[in-house]
Design a protein around this ligand. Sequence first.
Ligand SMILES: *[C@@H]1O[C@H](CO)[C@@H](O)[C@H](O)[C@H]1NC(C)=O
Ligand SMILES: *[C@@H]1O[C@H](CO)[C@@H](O)[C@H](O)[C@H]1NC(C)=O
Ligand SMILES: *[C@@H]1O[C@H](CO)[C@@H](O)[C@H](O)[C@H]1NC(C)=O
Ligand SMILES: *[C@@H]1O[C@H](CO)[C@@H](O)[C@H](O)[C@H]1NC(C)=O
Ligand SMILES: *[C@@H]1O[C@H](CO)[C@@H](O)[C@H](O)[C@H]1NC(C)=O
Ligand SMILES: *[C@@H]1O[C@H](CO)[C@@H](O)[C@H](O)[C@H]1NC(C)=O
Ligand SMILES: *[C@@H]1O[C@H](CO)[C@@H](O)[C@H](O)[C@H]1NC(C)=O
Ligand SMILES: *[C@@H]1O[C@H](CO)[C@@H](O)[C@H](O)[C@H]1NC(C)=O
Ligand SMILES: *[C@@H]1O[C@H](CO)[C@@H](O)[C@H](O)[C@H]1NC(C)=O
Ligand SMILES: *[C@@H]1O[C@H](CO)[C@@H](O)[C@H](O)[C@H]1NC(C)=O
Ligand SMILES: *[C@@H]1O[C@H](CO)[C@@H](O)[C@H](O)[C@H]1NC(C)=O
Length: 434
Amino acid sequence: MVFTSFTYRVVVILATILTCNVAINNSELSTIQLEKEALLNSSWWSNSNMTNNTSDHCKWVGVIPSEIWSLRNLDILYLSKNNFTGRISSLLGNLGNSIVSLDLSHNRFYGQIPSTIASLTNLVYISLDSNQLSGPLPREIGNLKNLTKLVLRGNNLIGPIPLTFGSLAYLTDLVLNSNKLNGSIPDGLTQLTQLQFVDLSDNKLSGHIPFGIKSYVGLTSLNLSYNNLSGRIPPKIGGRILVQLDLSNNNLSGIIPDSLFPWDISYWQSSRDYVDLSYNNLEGPIPHNLQYLHPQLKGNKGLCGAELAYTMVVTEKCDVYSFGVVALEVLMGRHPEEILSLSSSSSSTQNVMLIDVLDSRLSPPVNRIVKQEIMLVSTIAFACLRSKPKSRPTMKRVSQEFLKQKTSFAKSFGEISISELRNQDMYLFDEHDA
Ligand SMILES: *[C@@H]1O[C@H](CO)[C@@H](O)[C@H](O)[C@H]1NC(C)=O
Ligand SMILES: *[C@@H]1O[C@H](CO)[C@@H](O)[C@H](O)[C@H]1NC(C)=O
Ligand SMILES: *[C@@H]1O[C@H](CO)[C@@H](O)[C@H](O)[C@H]1NC(C)=O
Ligand SMILES: *[C@@H]1O[C@H](CO)[C@@H](O)[C@H](O)[C@H]1NC(C)=O
Ligand SMILES: *[C@@H]1O[C@H](CO)[C@@H](O)[C@H](O)[C@H]1NC(C)=O
Ligand SMILES: *[C@@H]1O[C@H](CO)[C@@H](O)[C@H](O)[C@H]1NC(C)=O
Ligand SMILES: *[C@@H]1O[C@H](CO)[C@@H](O)[C@H](O)[C@H]1NC(C)=O
Ligand SMILES: *[C@@H]1O[C@H](CO)[C@@H](O)[C@H](O)[C@H]1NC(C)=O
Ligand SMILES: *[C@@H]1O[C@H](CO)[C@@H](O)[C@H](O)[C@H]1NC(C)=O
Ligand SMILES: *[C@@H]1O[C@H](CO)[C@@H](O)[C@H](O)[C@H]1NC(C)=O
Ligand SMILES: *[C@@H]1O[C@H](CO)[C@@H](O)[C@H](O)[C@H]1NC(C)=O
């Protein structure tokens, strides 16, 4: 259900909608006059020092009068960005099943979320974002079967994410970040296959990331950063439309699964700011498609590639791919990400010449032996950068090639293109290479 589908039957009670953040939309014309009177009669309106000039009510303060909870025909209650305080009354439940959208965000409400919220069975949208609510998440929220967006970010909520949330089958947005939630992410949440936007960051969640998270085929953004999650990263998260993945500042361990990033490098180049695996306990080789995301991988002591590029310390866990990156980096005087990004379309490398990518701060090589060595190193580097790991040489083979010192170019140094280096089949290694 989208909100635009029922705007035709929505009438504004207060004339302030355009200038004021307070809006009460109503569905049943017959009762509107009565409800308007009740509102105007309420202490909220008439006992304040404000005039009836509605723009004076844009910064409402104080507590919501209890009269508001008897408006049984409200579709939408939007009281965002005022200065309301006090507890959210358990009379909230009296709003019953006509209300579809409840927004009390950006106020100063405190106390617990009343469990009577479960009576608002047709709610599609709840935002209590940025208040000072405390206590646990009511398990009764799981009764709100039509809920698509649940936004409780920026409060002081504690305790676990209730298992009942697993029955919110239409949920697309689950935004619980910046609270004090603890316990683990319930496996049952993986039943929520409609989820698109999930932010559980900045809590105290522990345990592992449920492997069933692969079922979120529509997921575009997942932020689990700043928790205490441990265990391995699941081999698959969401589908191919995931554009933001932030798992930073946890205690995740093990390798980064190659299968997590099936996209080619050009995809990540446009999304590079949105993958963050930094500050965990990850180790092993960096997946091919993440090779140039060094800042977003820092703070993982066991991860090679990232460490290698900065420290040149080779550990036995390091992939030859990382060697290829470093070798090119030395020749080019900068990280070779542009060259790597060309790998997906070989036609674009046709006209890029080796001599043009060398470190421009150094004068071009003149000595024949130096030229030959550059050709040798760059040819081996590109062999190490082949996208299929099986066709890359082993580190042992690389060292043998260096000892042999043999290149097979008939062309002069200045005429060698990157694509020729890449297609050198003398370094096509087969699986039997030892
Ligand atoms: C209330 O209804 C008006 C007119 O249909 C609409 O423009 C407005 O967006 C609605 N208010 C809310 C908070 O949805
Ligand atoms: C509002 O107050 C007026 C005057 O006191 C009264 O006549 C009317 O019934 C009240 N309306 C409601 C809905 O309470
Ligand atoms: C209303 O105004 C009076 C006098 O100006 C003041 O004493 C009182 O505190 C005000 N009440 C509120 C709720 O602001
Ligand atoms: C505001 O409107 C209400 C209801 O129409 C009325 O009773 C009240 O006297 C008005 N207040 C002022 C200050 O005009
Ligand atoms: C209502 O109050 C606002 C701000 O206090 C003022 O600019 C506006 O002229 C007032 N409108 C009327 C009709 O008095
Ligand atoms: C909200 O209320 C607090 C406490 O009474 C006050 O310090 C603050 O200035 C108010 N903010 C606005 C926007 O009225
Ligand atoms: C949920 O939405 C559907 C259609 O959008 C509606 O028929 C149903 O009454 C709503 N409420 C509940 C509790 O399912
Ligand atoms: C969550 O925090 C509460 C105190 O806020 C504590 O009693 C409870 O044991 C914690 N649960 C877990 C699973 O850490
Ligand atoms: C994830 O959440 C953290 C903390 O809430 C925030 O600082 C970070 O910017 C978010 N990441 C993304 C990619 O939005
Ligand atoms: C993080 O989780 C581990 C268990 O995985 C637990 O031993 C540790 O106390 C937790 N740390 C914090 C700060 O909650
Ligand atoms: C991180 O996880 C390891 C086990 O994988 C555990 O030994 C360590 O205490 C955890 N660190 C923190 C800060 O929770």
